[in-house]
Design a protein around this ligand. Structure first.
Ligand code: FDA
Length: 966
């Protein structure tokens, strides 16, 4: 631990090794992984360890013993923090604590609960734990120090519980549904605890779960059978900026309830996680960002708790001597009786502090985890991080022996010092004003975002059924025919209807766009970018409304719809900036010769978009063409003309000149050939199926009479994307990632996972877990935030997917087919389907289905898995779940896909961060949202001027670079 703390790189690698160790099978695998992990940081290891690693054989007697010693070492490390693996061990551990006059609270370390079967099993284990501990506790002699306070006897059996372990679909986006489901499983636990006189304390997990946890806590304790129960508590985390308000609300609520509850005050164990998630999503950090702020808040909240100790019974959980001393002093100032404040610490930590507090007559309770190493890994890693963190009191106090003045310093003084230092630091790191930043996704764990979405859904529901004519040259154009847009979640509900362009209107739109090109091409790039930025701004303002339209028109779940709107905003901001970058001419001058290289727009672009990202893809292709100075005829998918009409509104509101963008809903077969074949069309940007994409390529290759150019065709087509899972993978994460990638938005993404290739040794256990987890996935209408899988887009898609499933039954084993219940007649639903045991060449493993259908295949080794993954005509997305650095490296090199994801889901690419697009028959190899994308909409031009006049060459720097472009 000491070596590790000195070297952050080594610490990261060793913690990663500890994380993968329980999953490794055999001595060879252990040694091999250890070498892989410490390889890059070898130089940081003590010489002796380095020497051992150099000469260590992987197999044979020595290798086996080494693997054993390694496992023993990690096991010992785990046993320092996890008291026992079985009931006998638990009894021994808690009885030992009691002999030392220490109380306990027992925690059952839990695996990630991904399925309802797992949640039920967890509940059962808890019930057994309470029963067995209470039986055993009958024989425990009462110790007044730990079993009594000034109110009377205290529960001897005390348990801690994480609510997310009780419901596999625990999700703050649906607080009411989550609360109902969790309470269902919590009630028997509370009932038994109450009957047997045990105390149950709810732990607090990540910030996203905080409000729903507090809600469940309050709701269950308002139920009649628990409304006067006092042996119950909850955790408040002082590192959260919200914590003071939460505590205040809890106290008001407890006063109203009329019976006190316990509050365990902690600083919080997920600081690294919270700051990373906030940074990734561009959300404000919910936690304080300096340690003294957390410490100072802890002291403030301690004061609050002591002032309200009659309704919120205080448990001060800290290993920080300053925080503990503050609580002792604050209790003394208030003349509170000894025992009215309880001190709590974690098993295996700060053992030096317990006897001191016991000697002072204070009650100390030890949080005592039990369970196996594998499910306990997340807990173990949190403890290792805590013990080795630069900011940790334990490290400073007990390992580095920092001076007392520093350890016991008032955090408020440190905050003042920090504020000056961080103000200086910030000034140097502000982002450049023109820097692109992804639009943050909405955080639906926040009440404000949920309320805004509910309101938008209601508002949009009142506008369903309207009509949307074509817009050509800024004029509304009525057509004889109509396209009716239907809500796939409720197929009797009409979302709206649009005009239905015919061939004449298609031609008219191209001609108008051609006329508008004359003005738009000479509009400066900055000006074009400014209009696109205005579009982004309008979409930001209309964000929830646009998302609500997507929910109704394309059956997108809340998060999916929200992400689609955010992506559309990103494209407008990104391509505008990209064009400003590209509009600076490149100069390569030599004496007497001026050379300039710059880009000019091409002309009229036709954008043909799919329905599955109804705003983002249409807006992305269109805004790229516009940023580059081309004019556009937008042809949205037949299934999503209403959202496209909304996009047209946005362009108009932003001040796009008439004719620069035209809205041309129509049926592909009717107007597609007229648009693609039109001699005045220069660019066709298409995203959709392979068959249509290739047909467009073929048609565009013709040069009809009157056409004076070669058309540029940008096609993004399908995929048959694979996720490889190897034996070192974290199975929880792998199953979760595969389910999200395969069944999110009912698999209707070109990036979706439709094949999972699993190494033979874990194939069966992976498949069993996958099926179990998929059973728990909720299917339902898109407006219901609890549903993860919604409908497929229309009747035709449904029939096609059902045919593929039928065919699949002939070539593979159907491992799982979800039951639809009453939904079958409501909309176009198809439940998740999982097939296994097929040959890699079977059609179910080769053909794109575009629905919630997953093929799981077995591979004997990684080489075979990569071979299977690459063995389709597609190359779009792909992924691997592995904790073997060597395997990850090999997949990086050999897996032929446009977007490769490692240890995460394979959908959800972000503009600029993960430019998106495939090759082979998935597309032409370009990347939407990346630095090369706009080049396809532009023509590079070189101008060379001889500046030598009668032997006189003007100095180049004196010559103005001149305006680029046309
Ligand atoms: P110390 O004074 O060293 O504080 C460390 C803490 O400071 C970090 O854990 C973090 O919270 C905070 N911190 C570190 N760097 C920071 C920075 N740059 N800016 C702001 N803050 C920073 N935790 C939890 O989240 N949910 C729970 O349910 C429980 N339950 C629980 C029960 C019991 C009995 C105990 C003793 C502990 C918990 N914990 C917990 C864990 C607890 O959150 C963790 O042990 C403490 O954060 C460690 O704080 P100390 O006061 O001991 O140490």
């Amino acid at each position: 631990m000491e070596v590790v703390m000195r070297e952050p790189g080594l610490k990261a690698q060793l913690f990663r090794f500890v994380d993968v160790l329980p999953a490794l099978d055999g001595a060879h695998s252990v040694t091999d992984h250890l070498r892989q992990y410490v390889g890059p940081v070898r130089g940081k290891l003590p010489r002796l360890i380095n020497g051992v690693l150099n000469y260590l054989p992987e197999d044979g007697w020595v290798g086996e013993r080494f693997a054993e010693v390694t496992r023993w070492g990690v096991g010992r490390l785990a046993r320092q923090f996890i008291a026992a693996t079985d009931m006998r061990g638990v009894f021994a551990a808690v009885e030992k604590l009691r002999r030392k006059r220490l109380a306990f609270t027992l925690d059952l370390v839990g695996e990630a609960v991904l399925s309802e079967a797992e949640a039920s099993a967890y509940q059962q284990r808890y019930l057994e734990l309470i029963a067995q501990l209470c039986d055993r506790g009958v024989d425990w002699k009462t110790d007044p120090l730990i079993d009594h306070d000034h109110h009377g006897p205290l529960a001897k059996v005390n348990l801690s519980l994480k609510l997310s372990s009780l419901y596999s679909q625990f999700d703050p986006i649906d607080p009411a549904g989550t609360s109902a489901a969790v309470r269902e499983r919590l009630r028997p636990i509370f009932r038994l605890a109450k009957a047997r006189g045990a105390l149950v304390n709810l732990d607090m997990e990540q910030y996203a779960f905080k409000n729903v946890t507090l809600r469940i806590f309050r709701e269950i304790l308002e139920e009649e059978e628990f409304c006067d129960w006092r042996d119950v508590g909850v955790v408040v985390q002082a590192y959260l900026r919200d914590s003071e308000r939460d505590l205040w609300e809890l106290s008001e609520w407890a006063v109203g309830r009329g019976s006190p509850v316990w509050v365990r005050l902690v600083k919080g164990a997920y600081w690294d996680y919270e700051t990373t998630i906030a940074q990734q999503n561009d959300w404000p950090a919910p936690v304080f960002t300096s340690k003294p702020q957390s410490d100072a808040n802890f002291e403030r909240l301690t004061d609050f708790l002591l002032d309200h100790h009659d309704v919120l019974r205080p448990a001060i959980a800290s290993h920080n001597v300053r925080s503990i001393a503050h609580a002792l002093a604050a209790a003394r100032v208030r003349n509170l009786p000894t025992g009215s404040v309880e001190f709590q610490m974690l098993y295996g930590m700060a053992d030096e502090i317990h006897p001191a507090l016991v000697e002072m007559g204070q009650r100390v309770r030890i949080y005592t985890p039990m369970g196996e190493l594998l499910p306990g890994m997340a807990y173990l890693v949190r403890r290792l991080l805590e013990n080795t963190s630069n900011e940790s009191f334990l490290r400073a106090g007990f390992l580095e022996h920092a001076p007392e003045e520093q350890l016991l310093m008032n955090p408020m003084e440190l905050i003042e010092r920090d504020t000056v230092a961080s103000a200086r630091k910030l000034a140097g790191t502000l982002p450049a004003p023109d820097g692109f930043v992804n639009e943050p996704l909405s955080d639906f764990s926040r009440e404000s975002a949920r309320a805004a979405m509910h309101q938008a859904l209601e508002q949009v529901a009142r506008q369903l059924g309207e009509t949307y004519p074509l817009v050509i040259g800024g004029k509304r154009v009525q057509t004889g025919g109509r396209i009716e847009s239907i809500n796939p979640s409720h197929c009797r509900q009409i979302v709206g209807s649009s005009g239905r362009a015919g061939v004449d209107q298609a031609r008219a739109a191209v001609e108008i766009a051609k006329e508008a090109f004359a003005g738009w091409r000479v509009t400066p790039a900055q000006h074009r970018a400014a209009i696109l930025s205005r579009c982004a701004e309008i979409m930001r303002r209309r964000r929830f409304e646009l998302a609500a339209w997507e929910v109704y028109e394309t059956g997108k779940q809340w998060r999916e719809a929200d992400a689609d709107v955010a992506e559309a905003i990103d494209y407008c901001e990104y391509y505008g900036r990209e064009m400003i970058r590209l509009s600076k001419p490149i100069r390569r001058d030599v004496a007497g010769e001026q050379n300039e290289y710059f880009y000019i727009p091409r002309g009229v672009a036709v954008t043909i978009a799919p329905w599955n990202f109804p705003l983002a893809i249409l807006c992305g292709m269109t805004s790229a063409a516009l940023a580059a100075g081309n004019t556009v005829v937008m042809k949205p998918a037949e299934q999503s003309p209403v959202i496209a009409a909304k996009l047209m509104e946005v362009f108009e509101q932003a001040g796009m000149p008439a004719g620069v963008v035209n809205y041309l809903p129509g049926v592909g077969e009717e107007i597609g050939p007229a648009l693609v074949g039109h001699p005045d069309v220069e660019i066709i940007a298409f995203t959709g199926s392979r068959a249509v994409g290739l047909e467009i390529q073929r048609q565009a290759a013709q040069t009809p009479a009157g056409q004076d150019h070669v058309k540029r065709v940008i096609t993004e087509m399908g995929g048959k994307n694979a996720i490889i899972v190897d034996e070192s993978a974290d199975l929880d994460e792998a199953v979760h990632g595969v389910v999200a990638s395969a069944f999110g938005y009912a698999g209707q993404k070109c990036s979706a996972c439709s094949r999972s290739i699993v190494l033979a040794s874990i194939h069966d256990s992976f498949l069993a877990r996958l099926v179990e987890v998929t059973k728990s996935v909720r299917i339902g209408p898109a407006e219901d935030p609890a549903a993860m899988v919604g409908p497929v887009i229309d009747q035709e898609a449904r029939d096609r997917i059902l045919r593929a499933i039928e065919k699949g039954k002939g070539e593979a084993d159907l491992a799982y087919a979800a039951d639809l219940g009453s939904l079958a007649n409501e909309g176009w639903y198809i439940g998740a389907h999982i097939f296994s045991g097929m040959r890699p060449t079977a059609s179910i493993a080769q053909e794109e289905i575009f629905g919630p259908v997953l093929a799981v295949m077995r591979a004997s080794d990684l080489g075979e898995a990569i071979g299977i993954a690459n063995g389709t005509p597609y190359a779009l997305t792909g992924g691997i779940y592995s904790r073997s650095p060597a395997n990850v490296e090999r997949v990086r090199r050999e897996m032929r896909v446009g977007n490769l994801y490692i240890n995460r889901k394979i959908t959800g690419a972000l503009v600029d961060r993960q430019p998106f697009g495939g090759f082979k028959l998935s597309g032409i190899g370009s990347k939407a949202g990346g630095p090369d994308y706009l080049l396809q909409f532009l023509i590079p031009k070189t101008v060379t001027e001889n500046t030598l006049r009668r032997g006189f060459a003007p100095e180049m720097s004196a010559v103005d670079a001149g305006a680029a472009g046309e």
